[in-house]
Design a protein around this ligand. Structure first.
Ligand SMILES: Cc1ncc(COP(=O)(O)O)c(C=O)c1O
Length: 412
């Protein structure tokens, strides 16, 4: 039998998958496969789980994890903030959020992005000396207000390209020189982030808090008063994080706030909020029994990218109550040997062509990283309470051609 369904928003009835209130087949009969299904109520649940269990920090959802407009609407309705990294993400966020709920953390900011951020009073993070130089150019041109609040990104390792490594004397000196050159740049906070899908969550956040404390000490010695510390993202998918871990994390934050009562803490989870709210349904195209059993799907690494770093689990949506006792390799149908989704994975020995495979934890860093390659991009479905709807159509050859200025290349 399939071990257990990972989240309560997904159930099994007579061995068949139910998403929200719908049998998976009600969706796939209309959309075909592959299809990405996003469960809105799970996103809301994950936000509230964080709000309740990690109340020592403000939440800024990391837009890059999944920028589907319906996702952003739920995030905005839940009154949390959003973290963006590009002009595209900033413009998108401004449709749903006021400037004061947005934080901009991109590495090097171009003129248009910085201008928009300053105009919209976005919490802007300076991550590089180039960012500070651009701010100084603005100040010279009279474009900065008397006090422009800025956060500094602090590097979490000495090899990081993002942020200022305050353990390096040369960087410390240069940073101070830049800050002294300005009358308007008002450093109010710091920002730290290292990576996504952090395995030793507590150690990682202890490390980030220690770096933050060092930075606060260094900056306060230079007369800079830090009021806001953003500790970044990196939490695994909500279903992978037990309650105890969240409360230990919160204990760290509460302890910090006991020592620094005037400093507000923030985190930027992306994957935690949307990861397990997305499931991908794909068809089994065939099983090849060569040296090993290989299940070919109509979805591969172009829609479940390795780079997404998701903890993907698989099951056969129409065979949930049989034994999962046969080891198989799950792969896509791309013409490359690297199109492997999982090796040695237990599936039912009865898995066959026409079955529907479900991939759990497919909601973060999938859609934003989809690659068409030699296929057409799948549709997206939104499930909420007693409704489901297609929110992005499946691509067709025609819609693909319409991405281009149409010319007269076609055969007459
Ligand atoms: C600056 C920043 N904040 C937040 C995140 C979100 O990370 P995650 O989705 O792992 O929580 C990222 C992504 O790597 C990031 O670069």
């Amino acid at each position: 039998m399939f071990k257990k369904l990972p989240i309560p928003h997904i159930r099994s009835k007579k061995g068949k998958l139910i998403i929200g209130r719908f049998f998976y087949s009600e969706i796939t009969d209309i959309t075909g496969t592959p299809v990405l299904v996003m469960i809105g109520s799970r996103i809301r649940y994950n936000i509230n789980r964080l709000k309740n269990m990690v109340n020592g920090a403000k939440i800024f959802y990391s837009c890059k994890a999944n920028s589907i407009p319906h996702v952003l609407k739920v995030i905005s309705d839940e009154k949390i903030g959003i973290e963006v990294v590009s002009l595209f993400e900033l413009e998108l966020a401004l449709k749903y959020f006021n400037g004061d709920r947005i934080i901009l953390t991109s590495p090097i900011k171009q003129k248009e992005l910085l201008e928009k951020a300053i105009k919209s009073k976005i919490k802007t993070v300076a991550s590089t000396f180039s960012d500070l130089e651009l701010l100084l150019t603005y100040e010279e041109a009279g474009l900065l207000s008397a006090q422009t609040d800025i956060l500094l990104r602090i590097a979490t390792s000495k090899t990081s390209h993002l942020g200022f490594n305050l353990n390096d004397d040369m960087i410390q000196n240069k940073l101070m020189k830049y800050l002294q050159m300005s009358d308007s740049i008002n450093i109010i906070g710091i920002h730290l982030h290292s990576a996504t899908q952090i395995h030793s969550l507590i150690d990682e956040f202890k490390m980030r808090l220690n770096k933050a404390i060092n930075a606060i000490d260094f900056l306060s010695a230079a007369g800079v008063n830090i009021k806001f510390v953003d500790l970044g993202g990196g939490l695994p998918e909500s279903m992978e994080v037990p309650d105890e871990l969240l409360s230990t994390l919160n204990d760290l934050f509460i302890k910090f706030k006991d020592n620094y009562p005037n400093i507000e803490l923030a985190i930027e989870p992306g994957r935690f909020i949307v990861g397990d709210a997305g499931i991908l349904l794909a068809s089994v195209l065939g099983i090849e029994d060569v040296n090993e059993k290989i299940v070919f799907l109509d979805a591969g690494i172009n829609v479940l990218p390795k780079f997404s770093g998701g903890k993907t689990h698989f099951a056969i949506a129409n065979k949930l109550n049989v034994r999962y006792d046969s080891k198989m390799t799950i792969r896509g149908n791309l013409p490359t040997e690297i199109d492997i989704l999982k090796k040695n994975y237990f599936l039912p020995s009865t898995t066959q062509k026409g079955d529907i495979m479900v991939a759990f934890n497919a909601g973060a860093y999938t859609f934003p990283l989809w690659q068409r390659f030699c296929t057409l991009l799948p549709p997206i479905v939104w499930v909420y309470d007693d409704k489901w709807e297609i929110i992005k159509e499946k691509e067709s050859t025609e819609s693909y051609l319409n991405l281009f200025i149409r010319d007269n290349h076609e055969r007459s």
